[in-house]
Write a protein that binds this ligand. Structure first.
Ligand SMILES: [Zn+2]
Length: 122
């Protein structure tokens, strides 16, 4: 575990009640908690401003959702199934992509897809 100078994180060993052996409990110190909180806050703000930027892009063309799937895979190196990713892209998280069904095909905004950074959502 990486430790900062002012880190007082510690672990304790406890015995199982019902069978032999012990397990480790991790206790995160205030300094590490604060650091983590700040990190999460920065990440949230980054996502917010990215969404604002994507929302400001005008959609002129729509492309098959398969294009979004390909970009998602290439930028996130996620190994979930195609179906899982497409469902995810259709969720509220990606409203900015304007995913919808037309003539029985799922499509999304080309201009917004070009600019979106899927890494920011992770
Ligand atoms: Zn710590």
């Amino acid at each position: 575990m990486y430790r900062m100078d002012n880190c007082t994180c510690y672990t304790t060993q406890s015995q199982y009640d019902d069978f032999p052996g012990s397990y480790t409990d991790y206790h995160t110190c205030d300094n590490c908690n604060k650091k983590l909180e700040l990190k999460n806050k920065i990440k949230k703000e980054e996502l917010k401003s990215h969404l604002e930027y994507i929302n400001s892009i005008e959609t002129l063309n729509f492309v098959p959702i398969k294009n979004a799937l390909t970009k998602y895979r290439n930028t996130t190196s996620i190994s979930n199934s195609d179906k899982w990713i497409v469902n995810n892209l259709r969720s509220r998280t990606y409203t900015v992509l304007q995913v919808h069904k037309k003539n029985n095909r799922w499509i999304c905004s080309k201009e917004r897809l070009d600019e979106i950074d899927f890494k920011v959502f992770r």
